[in-house]
Design a binder for this molecule. Structure first.
Ligand code: HEM
Length: 397
């Protein structure tokens, strides 16, 4: 019997994993006629499609709602096909290499320690909002030349646009989401004007984008604003979700929590297992650039393609006992950061910052408990994970 799957149903937006399991069992990509979209839920289908660049058109957007609801799609390298994607993305890649991230680590570590200092000794704190989300948005703000207050303000607006969704809300359709988007646009518009007027403004990444030319073309004010917007958003939610999730799933598995607290060198493996188990980027999307066949389904040019990473990471044909959180798992080839031309630009940064944030917490405490009634998960088709995760630490003497 065919499954009645709509990525915007309340069931799919609150807990999609039971549905993904059924979809994977179908064995082929699943067509959602009402959205003209193919749901790719199996690991091998997602991987094959990701590596066939010629099948994929990114220009209509990268998030599910850009493709299925026609929400505005910022024009950045994320919504470019090759070779443009390579050229514009290539400008920023040197900032995100292993060597560059290693060079930035002393600054990032100081930022993390400064933010954590305010929490030391308190009865409880929200790992997401009080700590990890702040760290990641302040870091993105540094890269783009926003001061502390502007970065915090931008972050609050992005939360209102993306995270504060309620049941039955489809896409960023609430009045509050739209109002927040308009306010953020205003702030970034002023920032672009400052960057144009002052050669020193814009931070290292912002200045590079402002001054770059690709094939003799410079970014317009509007494009620059889109870049700032996108770079503030990416990574500032996903990494904190993975940090919060790591502490949550360790607490749910007390033996693994005890191992990690005794040996913080296990934290990178725990962070990575959290990304697999509770993939923050539930799904991203593209459009079919041509007719092709995948896993027995005939896909037509113009159809939407849902790349459901959260499902691929729980594919029973790839991962043994996939619904079990296991930090000792060998996660070779997990899909957490994507595959192919649009592989996550910030994968090294996310894992390094995640590790340091978790180490900072774990080294300061003997133990912790999760305050279950004060945890909250993202609701929606795009992102998965904890957006509020309160712990009660037992601080070291
Ligand atoms: C645990 C944290 C993170 C996860 C799980 C994650 C996951 C992903 C995934 C799955 C993609 C592929 C998107 C697609 O298929 O269309 C992606 C793309 C991207 N990520 Fe991340 N990400 C994380 C953190 C970060 C951070 C910290 C940054 C900071 C800059 C970042 C920047 C990007 C960018 C710019 C892209 C788009 C690349 C392109 O289209 O060429 N991500 N990420």
């Amino acid at each position: 019997m065919s499954i009645d799957y709509d990525p915007y149903s309340n069931a799919a937006m609150s807990d999609p994993h039971p549905i993904y399991k059924e979809l994977r069992a179908e064995g082929c990509p699943h067509f959602v006629a009402s959205r003209r979209a193919w749901a790719l839920t199996r690991y091998d289908h997602l991987r094959t499609a990701s590596l066939h660049n010629e099948w994929l058109d990114f220009t209509a957007g990268q998030t599910p709602s850009q493709l299925m609801l026609g929400e505005p799609s910022p024009h950045t390298f994320m919504t470019m096909n090759a070779p443009e994607n390579r050229k514009w993305r290539g400008l920023l890649e040197p900032f995100y290499s292993a060597a560059s991230v290693a060079q930035e680590l002393p600054r990032i570590t100081r930022l993390i320690e400064d933010e954590f200092a305010a929490l030391r000794g308190c009865d409880s704190f929200d790992v997401y909002h009080d700590f990890a989300n702040k760290v990641m948005c302040l870091n993105a703000g540094h890269n783009l030349g926003l001061d502390h207050e502007q970065a915090v303000q931008a972050r609050a607006l992005i939360d209102r646009m993306i995270l504060n969704r309620v049941p039955d809300q489809v896409g960023a359709s609430s009045d509050d989401s739209k109002q927040a988007a308009a306010e953020l646009g205003g702030i970034l518009h002023q920032h672009v004007a400052r960057m144009r007027a002052d050669p020193a403004a814009g931070g290292p990444h912002g200045r590079l984008l402002r001054d770059a030319e690709v094939d003799g073309v410079r970014l317009s004010d509007e494009d620059l604003l889109y870049y700032l917007f996108s770079l503030l958003v990416v990574g500032s939610e996903t990494t904190p979700m993975a940090v919060a999730g790591t502490l949550y799933y360790l607490a749910a598995n007390p033996e693994q929590k005890a191992q990690v607290l005794a040996d913080p060198a296990l934290l990178p493996a725990a962070f990575r297992e959290t990304c697999r188990f509770d993939q923050p980027t539930n799904m991203l999307a593209r459009r079919a650039a041509m007719d092709f066949e995948l896993g027995g389904s005939q896909i037509s040019k113009g159809d939407n393609l849902l790349f459901i990473y959260a499902s691929a990471n729980r594919d029973e044909n790839r991962f043994a006992d996939p619904d079990r959180y296991d930090l000792a798992r060998e996660n070779k080839g997990d899909m957490s950061f994507g595959v192919g031309a649009h592989f996550c630009l910030g994968a090294i940064l996310a894992q390094a910052a995640g590790r340091i944030m978790l180490e900072t917490i774990c080294k300061a405490i003997d133990d912790y408990q999760v305050v279950e009634e004060e945890c909250e998960r993202a609701f929606g088709e795009h992102l998965n994970g904890f957006v509020r995760m309160v712990i009660r630490p037992r601080w070291k003497a």
